[in-house]
Write a protein that binds this ligand. Structure first.
Ligand code: ATP
Ligand code: MG
Length: 501
């Protein structure tokens, strides 16, 4: 019997006693340790009544056991459904109601209030940050031997909810083939091998940490330095043992903030990647100045895994997300859906084996965004530069329409970001009685000179058409971000909704 994803990720690892997960205290678990643990957990899932195709919803801290649980769910033919650890009981209640999992696994601290998020008859188990809990107890009593449940490429391996940046999170249904094809493509594009040691400080409830980072490592048999979260001290201490790191832009800015983050420390690294949110060109440059490494930026999303990447060899161009990955088609379309010529800004659409199967129980939304011809409307706006590099301009939902004109926030942000006193900026549109929307620049100040709103307005006046110029500049200490480092523009729009009314 074959299980497409599990067999590819872990089949060859059976019996291998090489290090797989290196923990921050120096201890390590071997591939065989995790192989056997996932067998026990898979047996336990089946004994508990989890049937092939059933969802297993998991909101737990990152631990080796949490990764083994992902593998166990796939191995048992179930659909793994990880949830952001920041979600409250009420939010979990929404996901549990929506996904109707056969089993929910949560931190023991949540158990006392299970009625807040579970139906009375629902099955609940616990797993804590140290890998202990009723789930581990039950698994310990189960045999390690487990024949992976037969699953083909088209069967679902996971439902992953989107980050909820633009609205309510949607459950993206991902098949074994979706995940495996992308892991293969990335392993190849980024040259991962069994010799790699990937520093892994990302959460594993999101596509970046779970699929991009973990699947690529397992597929190629490399090790991971498995950190519960990004802590600059720990990362700086352990980077010299790593060969690669995958990060969100805030990892890089936080490292650059530290004087003890030096080029020497990362002399033996071969790759730094960035994604999930835009990496400022300035961060890219500062990182190269400090370390000699050019961060490789790539672009993807929950629904598709990765779509584009800067090249491993060849120029990694700051401010771009590189080229479509092998097997991924990408086009830019206008409002009528027709493909636009190179250089014009429009909606980014993608097609390939990586593209998901649709949104869980949202047939209308699926029909709107995923065409019968396989093209998926990403919701992001972008263009292709003269050399073929894809440039993300922003999200369709962040586009500002003021007085009937389209304003791409990024164009304004790039100019503001270069001005004195500005750390970074978010340009948003809020309701305006005359213009429909009014442009507002929200600026995070850097730590030295405070920015002067008058000066910023004056600085833009001869560089931007009048309709693009902010009608108001607001200075704050820092931009609101979620755990993946995404700026929460919807929250800013809500906060400043009444500015002009
Ligand atoms: P929701 O779909 O619920 O609004 P979300 O789109 O933030 O949330 P994710 O799937 O986690 O959820 O994020 C994917 C999005 O992240 C992409 O559509 C894109 O807007 C952004 N993104 C990812 N990588 C990059 C990048 N390198 N540069 C710019 N934006 C990026
Ligand atoms: Mg999205």
């Amino acid at each position: 019997m074959t299980n497409t994803l599990f067999d590819a990720l872990m089949g060859p690892r059976k019996g291998e006693d090489r290090d797989f997960l290196i923990l921050q205290n120096g201890a390590a678990l071997s591939y065989d340790d995790i192989y056997r643990l996932s067998g026990q957990m898979a047996n336990m899932l089946t004994q508990t009544g989890v049937q092939p195709g059933d969802r297993v919803a998991v909101q737990v801290e990152k631990s080796p056991q949490a990764l083994a649980l992902y593998l166990a769910a796939v191995r048992a033919g179930a659909v793994f459904l990880p949830l952001n650890t920041a979600y409250t009981a009420a939010e979990i209640g929404y996901f549990v109601g929506d996904a109707e999992p056969a089993l929910v696994v949560c931190d023991p601290s949540r158990q006392a209030r299970r009625d807040d998020f579970m139906p009375p008859e629902g099955r609940l188990m616990t797993l804590d940050a140290d890998g202990r809990g009723s789930l581990s107890d039950a698994a310990a009593a189960c045999p390690e031997r487990h024949d992976p449940v037969a699953r083909g490429g088209a069967d679902l391996a996971a439902i992953l909810y989107t980050s909820g940046t633009t609205g309510r999170s949607k459950g993206a249904m991902l098949s074994h083939d979706n995940l495996l094809s992308n892991a293969r493509t990335l392993a190849d594009a980024w040259r991962f091998t069994a010799q790699d040691v990937l520093l892994h400080a990302l959460p594993i409830f999101h596509t970046h940490g779970l699929f991009v980072a973990s699947n690529v490592s397992m597929l190629t048999g490399g090790a991971m330095i498995w950190l519960p979260k990004f802590d600059a001290d720990t990362v700086i201490r352990l980077l010299p043992r790593a060969t690669a790191m995958m990060g969100v832009p805030t990892f890089y800015t936080r490292l650059l903030d530290r004087d003890d983050f030096t080029g020497d420390l990362v002399r033996d690294m071969r790759l730094f990647t960035s994604g999930s949110a835009p990496l400022l060109a300035e961060t890219h440059r500062a990182f190269e100045d400090r370390t000699g490494h050019r961060i490789l930026e790539r672009y993807g999303m929950t629904e598709t895994n990765m779509n584009t990447s800067n090249p491993y060899d060849g120029e990694r161009r700051a401010g771009t997300v590189g080229f479509p990955l092998p097997g991924v088609e990408l086009k830019i379309t206008g409002e009528d859906g027709a493909e636009l010529p190179q250089g014009e800004i429009g909606l980014i659409e993608v097609r390939g084996d990586n593209v998901f199967q649709g949104y869980w129980r949202m047939p209308e939304k699926t029909a709107e965004e995923l065409g019968a011809d396989g093209w998926f409307k990403t919701g992001d706006l972008g263009m292709i530069d003269p050399d073929g590099y894809v440039v993300i301009v922003g999200r369709g939902k962040d586009l500002i329409i003021s007085g009937g004109f389209n304003i791409y926030p990024k164009e304004v942000e790039l100019l503001i970001d270069e001005m004195p006193g500005v750390l970074e900026s978010a340009v948003i549109g809020v309701p305006h009685p005359d213009f429909g929307e009014g442009v507002v620049a929200v600026i995070a100040r850097d730590r030295t000179t405070p920015p002067d709103p008058q000066q910023i307005m004056a600085g833009l006046s001869d560089r931007l058409a009048r309709f693009k110029q902010p009608k108001k500049v607001i200075v704050i200490d820092e931009l609101p971000r979620n755990t993946m480092g995404k700026v929460q523009k919807a929250a800013l729009r809500a906060e400043y909704a009444d500015l002009f009314t």
